[in-house]
Write a protein that binds this ligand. Sequence first.
Ligand SMILES: NC(=O)c1ccc[n+]([C@@H]2O[C@H](COP(=O)([O-])OP(=O)(O)OC[C@H]3O[C@@H](n4cnc5c(N)ncnc54)[C@H](OP(=O)(O)O)[C@@H]3O)[C@@H](O)[C@H]2O)c1
Length: 268
Amino acid sequence: MKKPQNKAQNTYTFITGASSGIGQATAFELAKKKSCLILTARRIDRLKKIQKQCIDLGAKDVLIFKLDVQKNAEVAKLASEIKKKKLQVKNLVNNAGLAKGVELFQNSKAEDWNEMLDTNVKGVLNVTRELLPSIIQNKGHIINMGSVAGRLVYEGGTVYCATKFAVRAISDALRMDLKGTGVRVSNIEPGMVNTEFSVVRLGNQQKAEAVYSDMMPLTAMDIANTILWCLAQPPHVNISELVIYPTDQASVGQVVRGERSVGYLTKN
Ligand SMILES: NC(=O)c1ccc[n+]([C@@H]2O[C@H](COP(=O)([O-])OP(=O)(O)OC[C@H]3O[C@@H](n4cnc5c(N)ncnc54)[C@H](OP(=O)(O)O)[C@@H]3O)[C@@H](O)[C@H]2O)c1
């Protein structure tokens, strides 16, 4: 008689905003570790290319879905599709997010606030709630993408900072609500990272390039590596929050450029 095979079911890491920057880099780094991935974003054309790259890098399985995290019904539909396919989501990287504009609040636009609040705050809530049954079942890990803007405010950042303060509050409160389930919650709080973030915020490439001129920002890969490090800790260790600045940024608004930049200092 054939022995029944003990087939451990694959568990997936679900990443929002995987079409660019930190989300994309996290997908690539997890792919190198032979992970099973569910990659989501609004730009499906980009996800198709990233899916192929992840497979080439060694991912065990890569599924892609077009998803706008602002839309609760869309998130719920995807979660039920995942459930129907009997896929087990263990880890969630709530990375999708954006800033729009740097105007003083008195000159800011309500449509920009809505997009930031709906993506950065409600998006995290929408996706987390829908995937939680599977995450709890698998004693998984929720990684929320906060920011140093969730610890310190700055001029022109009223709404973006408010969203990232909210993400920090959500992470801390979720950790309380989930105590005793084995689920871990980490809030990752980067300073300046050179991604498409500033292009989206400022609306053009030239202005975005000026943000990182003559200094050495973090790369998306730097943050992906911190996410992988959090995920790699043993089950009894929960990295609750992690603040990562580039060496050239001492705090919010405290940036050195030119001859005082680490890029210059390490070459000379
Ligand atoms: N770069 C920084 O300096 C920095 C610093 C601290 C924190 N962060 C945070 O890091 C996260 C990732 O940003 P990034 O720097 O990697 O910027 P990015 O390159 O612009 O990536 C942002 C990602 O979010 C996705 N996204 C935006 N709105 C979405 C929506 N409604 N639904 C689904 N996906 C959406 C985008 O995909 P689609 O457009 O294809 O949907 C894209 O994949 C954000 O939460 C950001 O606030 C960034």
